[in-house]
Design a protein around this ligand. Structure first.
Ligand SMILES: [Zn+2]
Ligand SMILES: [Zn+2]
Length: 520
């Protein structure tokens, strides 16, 4: 008999798995009184990936040559992970009248219809199983994934062309440092490195922090354009088929969004849209800060910050007394009023019922802004508006826990690959670990995504100066975090002295209800 053993993941220590497979097969051979004439071992080759299994091929030849009369393996899945592999294998053992026995499923008897059906079924199951888990968990990790190495491609923004070196780190202490570790430590003095001001990594870090602080992608686009931040250079194919010179372009917000969402920014490895572990390159920023940014960018309820049309603070934000959001209406004057010389005035209207609340937009915006600025610059603003610092573990601990869970997912897959657990155990353990990981991720995102107010100079007069410089999206995010603005029903009739269509729009602060929100 020959023994065939296969390990499907090459992480360190997996060699034990092969030794264990061989040992169990030898025990089986002893029990059956079989002599083991050869042992064939393939390391790190999932049959499903279609990669060659050199020892498997040697074994088939060995059997074809009549040098042994059968095969022992731990389980059918060790022998084949694809139906066509299985069929070829069955053909060989049928023709050669060879014996096949596995530790887990006993002897194959291909001389009967039932035996052949069972063997086929085992091959089909193997393929199914392999498709379900093998491809993603195993193959990907088998290569560079397991080591967290960069898999090549165009230069990623924020990194050198090797994909592993940040562009650019500097040591706050050494003027000419001697490189940095993957944990962003200066190799010379051990200090924590910082992204060099003005470098790609620095701009990326700023943008990742700006998003949870209420900045829009368009405003980041504008800032980058102003500062001359451009895309990595690419060669474009010319009409004549040759490659043109390397060119870079101004960033556009959809591309910025994609770049910000990259797990690589947090030093994480991604495969098929899923984070599979720690990467071997240094992160642009902390995982928790990156997650806060991702949470905002991927939240479907986030008011879209990509429209150029909206320039009014209260659109979709202020409420009519009926509860519906108010929208901007450009037709402020009726025909009659227009005939009397009135101009259309920007006006908020109930978005549901035309006859409901209407208000002069400029006045209402100005009123709400004044209220907000006053509140934000009060001395006790930080105390009143920010949630108390949670006495929970710091971000780094959460990120470390998340990494531990990812490593655990790896080892579950590896244990399953080495037949140390059943399929059900593997699926249960994976589901449980994933759930814990999701909860952790949500907590990390939560911790920083509510920080729009935390990013302001609360309790200082600087708020008033800075307010007009904030992009509209940020102003809206601030108002939204601070208060609910409701426009109440006007009194019967017009206020004294009010003339329809006069330049002095209808506005009574008493009818504006402001509900301050308490810190989340
Ligand atoms: Zn240093
Ligand atoms: Zn209404």
């Amino acid at each position: 008999m020959v023994i065939y053993a296969r390990i499907s993941d090459d992480r360190e220590g997996r060699q034990n798995g092969v030794e264990r497979q061989e040992k169990q097969c030898r025990t089986l051979a002893d029990r059956n009184g079989d002599e083991v004439v050869a042992v064939f071992v393939d390391d790190d080759r999932s049959a499903y990936s279609g990669k060659p299994r050199p020892d498997y091929i040697r074994m088939l030849q060995f059997l074809r040559d009549g040098k042994a009369d059968g095969v022992l393996a731990l389980a059918p899945t060790r022998l084949y992970r694809r139906l066509d592999d299985g069929l070829a294998f069955f053909k060989l053992i049928n023709e050669g009248r060879l014996a096949v026995e596995t530790v887990k499923q006993g002897r194959y008897d291909l001389s009967t219809a039932d035996g052949r059906r069972d063997a086929l079924r085992a091959a089909i199951d193997a393929q199914h199983e392999s498709e379900q888990i093998g491809e993603r968990v195993r193959d990907a990790k088998a290569d560079s994934m397991a080591q967290g190495l960069y898999r090549g491609g165009p230069r990623p923004f924020g990194y050198e062309a090797d994909g592993m070196t940040l562009r650019t780190l500097e040591c706050p202490q050494c003027p000419a440092p001697d490189g940095f570790s993957v944990d962003r430590e200066c190799k010379a003095c051990g200090a924590a490195a910082v992204n060099s001001p003005g470098s790609e990594a620095w701009h990326l870090e700023k943008a990742i922090d700006a998003v949870p602080a209420g900045e829009s992608l368009r405003s980041i686009e504008r800032t980058w354009k102003e500062l001359g931040v451009r895309t990595p250079e690419r060669r474009k194919r010319q009409p004549d088929g040759t490659m043109g010179p390397p060119e870079s372009r101004d960033w556009e917000w959809p591309a910025i969004r994609k770049v910000l969402l990259r797990p690589r920014n947090a030093g994480l490895m991604e495969h098929d849209g899923e984070i599979v572990g720690r990467a071997a390159w240094p992160a642009v920023t902390d995982e928790s800060r990156w997650r806060a940014c991702v949470a905002v960018l991927t939240n479907p309820e986030r008011r879209t910050s990509t429209s150029t049309a909206r320039v009014w603070l209260g659109s979709g934000l202020f409420r009519c007394w009926c509860g519906a959001p108010m929208k901007m209406s450009t037709s402020g004057a009726t025909k009659t009023q227009a005939a009397q010389g009135a101009k259309a005035r920007p006006t908020y209207r109930c978005s549901v019922v035309v006859a409901h609340a209407t208000r002069d937009a400029r006045k209402l915006d100005a009123y709400v802004q004044d209220m907000a600025i006053e509140r934000l610059s009060r001395e006790d603003a930080a105390e009143l508006l920010l949630p108390p610092t949670p006495a929970e573990e710091p971000f780094e601990d959460l990120a470390a826990q998340a990494n531990a869970l990812r490593t655990k997912l790896d080892s579950i897959a590896a244990d399953y690959a080495a037949d140390l657990m059943t399929r059900k155990q593997m699926l249960d353990a994976t589901a449980l670990t994933r759930k814990r990981l999701e909860r952790l991720n949500a907590r990390m995102a939560e911790r920083t995504s509510g920080s729009v107010l935390a990013s302001l100079p609360l309790g200082t007069p600087a708020i008033a100066e800075q307010w007009t410089r904030y992009h509209l999206d940020k102003q809206q995010a601030i108002i939204d975090a601070l208060m609910t603005v409701t426009v109440n029903k006007g009194r019967r009739g017009r206020p004294a002295g009010f003339k329809p269509g006069s330049s002095d729009g209808y506005f009574d602060p008493d009818l504006i209800e402001i509900d301050w929100k308490s810190p989340a």
